[in-house]
Design a protein around this ligand. Sequence first.
Ligand SMILES: Cc1ncc(COP(=O)(O)O)c(C=O)c1O
Length: 373
Amino acid sequence: MNTKSISRRRFAHLVGIGAAAALVRPRVSFATEPSPARSTSSSGGIVRLSANENPYGPSKKAIEMMNGSYNLCCRYPDEHNDMLIDALAKLNGVSPEQILLGDGSGEILKFAAETFTGPSAGKMVVADPTFESIAHHAEVNGAEVVKVPLTPSFAHDLAKMGAAAKDGLIYVCNPNNPTASITPKNELRNFIANTARSTIVFVDEAYFHYADSPDYESVISLIKDHPNLIVARTFSKIYGMAGLRCGYCVAQKETIEKMRPRVMFDSVNCMALAAAHASLQDVDQVTNGKRLTNDAKTFTVTELDRLGYKTIPSQANFIMFDCKRPVVPLIAAMKQRNVQVGRLFPAMPNHMRLTIGKKSEMEAFLSAFKQTV
Ligand SMILES: Cc1ncc(COP(=O)(O)O)c(C=O)c1O
């Protein structure tokens, strides 16, 4: 019996304990039971609405699993890595060879930029504004980066992005960070079907769980027909694990194999693996997270509207609104009042990106915001 099989069995046992505990304990709403480690401290000073984090924290099942996993910390996490991959493959209806884990989906963005863009591989085409990290990695890799403005309805301008691409990679962030807007499903489907196979279409679905528009869909189901499609997901948002670092992507096996040489061995730690595995078994985490975020979002958008500020329709756990003046001094003014809001996105200098926190945090935001007018 080797140590790996022991640790694998131990982990499987813990998965079982987590499930059993959930059966015998009364159901608790994680909204009503904030612990000091979980809250973003609206009472203790800084209100952090700057990084699109989930203020409710990880699932209770994830915390129980991590508490039961300390004795695994002295082992390399190979087999636990495989167990999470198996679970994700099952969840997404693909084979384990079609999943690649990352130390957050940020690491996946890095692998993709390094593999598919650069002086010999091709350009990186991104929307403007969008989440900047993949373009940053492409630039470091020596690739040309082409930025294509969003359409007037804040969707990706797929026609222009396609026309700008040759080989390389087109990054589609859906829902898009920072605008929280979506690119309609029919447009994206057609675009994927019509993009040359020599160009990778990378769809970042970090905020997938928050999107409920009938015009939105995940494109994971299209992967079977498109060897040039990669879809990334993260445990940082609805699963509340931003500090633990775990993300993944789904693609055809051959596409994953192209990225695999870039992967650092054991980059996802055993606590993140344990928490991610347990989170997948907690459906309440997703439904509660969405409900609480939507309630606080509706409250905030309504109040902003009442004050005369227009918000872009949001399909994520953050909003972007027209603050009707340069956002940079406003960011500083909010910081002076202990409220951290999103950074400047240069393409939209009069818009503020605001993470949706707990209702009390949104009240703190609104009270500070009113003082700046
Ligand atoms: C669109 C998008 N993709 C990826 C990430 C990176 O997430 P992580 O590395 O925490 O998985 C973020 C983080 O905010 C994001 O907004």
